[in-house]
Structure formats: structure tokens, C-alpha cells
Design a protein around this ligand. Structure first.
Ligand SMILES: *Cc1c(COP(=O)(O)O)cnc(C)c1O
Length: 404
């Protein structure tokens, strides 16, 4: 059970007002808010042991190194990776995807095929297009159905022995659809294709088990699960991380350097050139501890309650249409009212202190599919309440009255 009053006290930002109204923060799918315990971890790092890791013999450097490596182990345990060195700390999902894409440039050959889903975030489309241009591989797309789910029958026909890579998000950021990634992974593995799952939108709600999923790569960003911006992870199966070449050259990623030849460091350092976001990594670990203390089962059941309530109440508004209507959904409601432009609704809601996202949500192909310019997206977190949803409903009604 979630004690939401108690939880809300953990988030200092929830006390602020916007345009004189209490903040109602429903843009959690873009970034989540930060609990005090994570803010404390950041302050503690810069106040007490800020220094570079893995190099110094001095005490501060050793403390920072220990904390950073402890964070890696927290992340490893959370995702149930077999080994800590299969967790590469990156600057976030986009960076992680690009690392894998650039690594595959040396593996793919002309005529090989890459499959992506129609539900992708731009960060999961563009790197593959660039990779195809570079290698002559061909990009195939799993089409979507009207309810916002993937056309799995079409997928089973697309995947074949030319398929080398399959990319799909675990949860769609634009619609909230939870994709059947177990089935996607299993079908790809029949043809020895690797699978990368973008978990940026799933990890705030679901605790993924990368070994049970048998996934080859899984990526996510800390800032969507109560951590800071600028840090995230690339999980890769050891065999794949050994196979891929390093992404960047620099300090930390080498074993020996001479002008004739450089040998690379072992995992994970091979992929962690330069000084990383040390404080961010440590704070990411603190965020994972916080989320686990709240409990992912509690989070999922409470957010589902919010989703059901919000869906039911929003649908009472005349002319309101929700996009993404599968039963397998996280707490994201993407909607439009009649012909009103989503941006206009969003601007009025902001004046009322309500933060929603409007636009194409970095997923233009989905908007093209529905032939709409964008949607208003309200995304809930475990620190939101039904009372806040009521404020949203009244706000939307007011916006509709003003705009129609
Ligand atoms: C947010 C998001 C991304 C991008 O994450 P960054 O932290 O901006 O790199 C990618 N995919 C999905 C599904 C997302 O929700």
C-alpha cells in the first residue's frame, strides 16, 4: 500500500506553486521529480568527497570510487544482471542506444536487416537510420494497431535469418502501451538476432529482470525514476559487450597505450572513457534504493488505480478521445478534445498550475498514424493523487469552454 501523504513529503518540489496555484505535476513520462534523499546524496557528494575516481591513491578518490562502484552494484541487483561489469553507466538512454548502434556498425553487412517498432521514441529511430546508411543494412518496421499495440503477427513475418537486431521500447512514452517484449525477444533469438529493449519508460513502473527476459541489451535513464538527469545505463550481456568495439577513445578505457598500439581495458571500463558523471551515478543508486523502499508492486497497483480513475473521469468530457487503449498500459493518458490544438489546452492548464506535455512526444510516426498533430499527455507517478486528477479534469473542462 502507498501512503501518498507521507510520500509527497519526500519531494520538496511538490510544495511549490505555479502561477499562484499548487503545482500538479503530470509530466512524469518526460522526467520524474526528485526525493530529498537523492538530493541529499548529491549535496553529500559535493560537500564531502568530490574527487575523480579510479585513479587517485588519496582518501577522497577512494571514497568516491567505492560509492560509484556501490551504485553500479545496486543497479546490477535491481535489473538482476549476472555481473556488475555488464552495467555500463552512460549519460542516459539516448547515449546508451547510440553506443550499441555504433558498435553494430562493425558487425552489420549490406543486406542485413534491423527491425524497429512503430511505437519508438525518436532516439530509437534515428540512430538505426544512421546505422543503415553507414552499413547498407535495411530498416524494417513492426506496424502498430489502432489501439496502440504492436501488430505481432506482422512482426513474426518480418523476423527472419537476415535479421541481426531488433529494437523496441518496453513501454511507449507517447501512449503508455506495455509491449510484449518476452515474445519479441524469443522470436528474434530463434534467428540469433540480438534484441535491445528501451526501458526508459518502463523502469519507473516495472522492475525488469534482464536474465529472466534473456535480453541482450536493456537501456534506461535515471531521471525518469527519481534520479538526476545526465546518467543512465546500458546493460549488455557479457558476450555482446566483449564483441562490440569501444564507443569512445580516451582515459579510463585503456589498459596500455603506446603510439603503436593501445589495448582496451576490460568491462565495464572499455565503454566508460573519460570522467563519468560520478555524482549522478551515486545519486542514481540512491534513487533505486528509494524506489525499492516504496516497492514496485505498490507503485504499479497505485498507479493503475490513478490510470483507471483518470481514464474514467476524462472520458466523461464530451469530444475527448484517448489514444492508446490497450489493457496493458502504464499510467499515461494521451488525449485530444475535438479539434482543439493540444498546445492550447496545455497552455491553459499551465496557467492553472498543471504540468502536462503537449505535442508529438518525440514519436512523430505515431501521430502520423493517427493523423493528428500531437496530443495532450498526462502521465502519473506514485506521488500523484486522485485530487490532482480532479484538478486536471476541471482544468480541461475550463480550457474546452474557453477554446470552443
Ligand atoms: C525519455 C525516453 C527516451 C530518451 O531518454 P533520454 O533520457 O532523453 O536519453 C528514449 N526512449 C523512451 C521510450 C523515452 O521515454
Amino acid at each position: 500500500m502507498i501512503n501518498v501523504d507521507k510520500i509527497r513529503k519526500d519531494f520538496p518540489i511538490l510544495k511549490r506553486t505555479v502561477h499562484g496555484k499548487p503545482l500538479v505535476y503530470f509530466d512524469n513520462a518526460a522526467t520524474s521529480q526528485t526525493p530529498q534523499i537523492v538530493i541529499d546524496a548529491i549535496v553529500n557528494y559535493y560537500s564531502n568527497y568530490n574527487s575523480n575516481i579510479h585513479r587517485g591513491v588519496h582518501t577522497l578518490s577512494q571514497e568516491a570510487t567505492d560509492k560509484y562502484e556501490e551504485a553500479r552494484i545496486k543497479i546490477q541487483r535491481h535489473f538482476n544482471a549476472k555481473n556488475p561489469y555488464e552495467i555500463i553507466l552512460t549519460s542516459g538512454t539516448t547515449h546508451s542506444i547510440n553506443m550499441v548502434a555504433s558498435g553494430f556498425a562493425s558487425i552489420l553487412k549490406k543486406g542485413d536487416e534491423i527491425i524497429v517498432s512503430a511505437l519508438e521514441h525518436h532516439s530509437n529511430i534515428v540512430p538505426w537510420q544512421m546505422l543503415c546508411e553507414k552499413t547498407g543494412a535495411v530498416l524494417k518496421v513492426i506496424p502498430m494497431l489502432k489501439n496502440g499495440s504492436l501488430d505481432m503477427e506482422a512482426y513474426y513475418k518480418l523476423v527472419n535469418k537476415k535479421t541481426k537486431l531488433v529494437f523496441c521500447n518496453h513501454v511507449s512514452n507517447a501512449l503508455g502501451t506495455v509491449n510484449p517484449i518476452e515474445k519479441i525477444i524469443e522470436a528474434a533469438h530463434k534467428f540469433d538476432a540480438a534484441v535491445l529493449i528501451d526501458g526508459a519508460q518502463a523502469t519507473p513502473h516495472i522492475k525488469p529482470d534482464v536474465q529472466a527476459l534473456n535480453v541482450d541489451f536493456y537501456v534506461a535513464s535515471a531521471h525518469k525514476l527519481c534520479g538526476p538527469t545526465g546518467v543512465g545505463l546500458l546493460y549488455g550481456k557479457e558476450e555482446w559487450l566483449q564483441k562490440l568495439p569501444p564507443y569512445q577513445g580516451g582515459g579510463e578505457m585503456i589498459a596500455t597505450v603506446s603510439f603503436e598500439k593501445t589495448t582496451y581495458a576490460g568491462l565495464p571500463h572499455k565503454f566508460e572513457a573519460g570522467t563519468p558523471n560520478i555524482c549522478g551515478g551515486i545519486a542514481f543508486g540512491a534513487a533505486i534504493d528509494y524506489m525499492n523502499a516504496v516497492g514496485f508492486d505498490n507503485i504499479a497497483s497505485y498507479e493503475d488505480e490513478l490510470l483507471k480513475y483518470g481514464t474514467q473521469e476524462l472520458l466523461k468530457i464530451e469530444g475527448l478521445k484517448i489514444y492508446g487503449t490497450t489493457s496493458e498500459k502504464t499510467a499515461v493518458i494521451s488525449f485530444n478534445v475535438g479539434e482543439i490544438h493540444p498546445y492550447d489546452i496545455g497552455s491553459i492548464l499551465d496557467k492553472l498550475g498543471i504540468a502536462v506535455r503537449t505535442g508529438h512526444h518525440c514519436a512523430q510516426p505515431i501521430m502520423d498514424f493517427y493523423k493528428i498533430p500531437g496530443t495532450v499527455r498526462a502521465s502519473f507517478s506514485f506521488y500523484n493523487t486522485k485530487e490532482e486528477i480532479d484538478i486536471l479534469i476541471n482544468g480541461v473542462k475550463r480550457a474546452v469552454m474557453m477554446l470552443s
